[in-house]
Design a protein around this ligand. Structure first.
Ligand code: ZN
Length: 183
């Protein structure tokens, strides 16, 4: 019997593999080949000419304030398990990046945020491939602080008590700007 409601947790390596080229064509199931198409070598189906375009993933995070403090979460998953970062995650289809950032914050911390402005758009490249990270500023407008399933802790930090193990260049840049009052 197949358990369909069992959560599936991919390792970071497995998640990265999903960003690699298809072995078989998703349209006609023919084995794909590497071939130049639109200016670079891509996975192409020799039977139906389906071309796989591998796009960067887009993530959205929020630097959420409450009473002069910033909300951080401690990561339960790789990359950088055990480090702190801004609440955030990958965008889902049919939601705006602002909605993604607010949803991820709700899921990871139990808190509702109002997004107030864009801080910056960052590009990164790691073992998962290329990605774009959008960081917003916001403030907490409701909810109750409760760490979600995909983090091990969620708490507020004042500008002079930020933890040492904060991860992601984008998060560090945004928090540095926040500490000096530029953001
Ligand atoms: Zn095909």
């Amino acid at each position: 019997m197949t358990k369909t409601n069992q959560p599936i947790t991919l390792s970071a390596k497995e998640a990265a593999q999903l960003r690699e080229g298809f072995k078989y064509c998703p349209r006609c199931r023919t084995e794909m080949v590497d071939r130049e198409a639109f200016g670079r070598v891509r996975r192409v189906c020799p039977a139906c000419n389906f071309i796989q375009f591998i796009d960067p993933k887009v993530g959205a995070s929020v630097l959420a304030e409450r009473d002069g403090q910033v909300l951080l979460v401690k990561r339960k998953m790789d990359p950088a398990r055990g480090s702190w970062c801004l609440p955030g995650g990958f965008m889902e289809m049919s939601e705006t990046p602002q909605e993604s950032a607010a949803r991820e914050c709700r899921e990871e911390t139990g808190l509702e945020v109002e997004i107030t402005r864009l801080i910056d758009v960052y590009y990164y490249q790691d073992y998962r491939g290329s990605g774009v990270s959008i960081i917003y500023k916001g403030h907490v407008v409701g909810g109750a602080l409760q760490p979600g399933d995909d983090v091990t802790a969620a708490r507020f930090f004042g500008p002079d008590e930020l933890p040492e193990n904060i991860v992601f260049k984008s998060n560090l840049q945004a928090l540095a700007g926040w500490r000096t009052g530029e953001i």
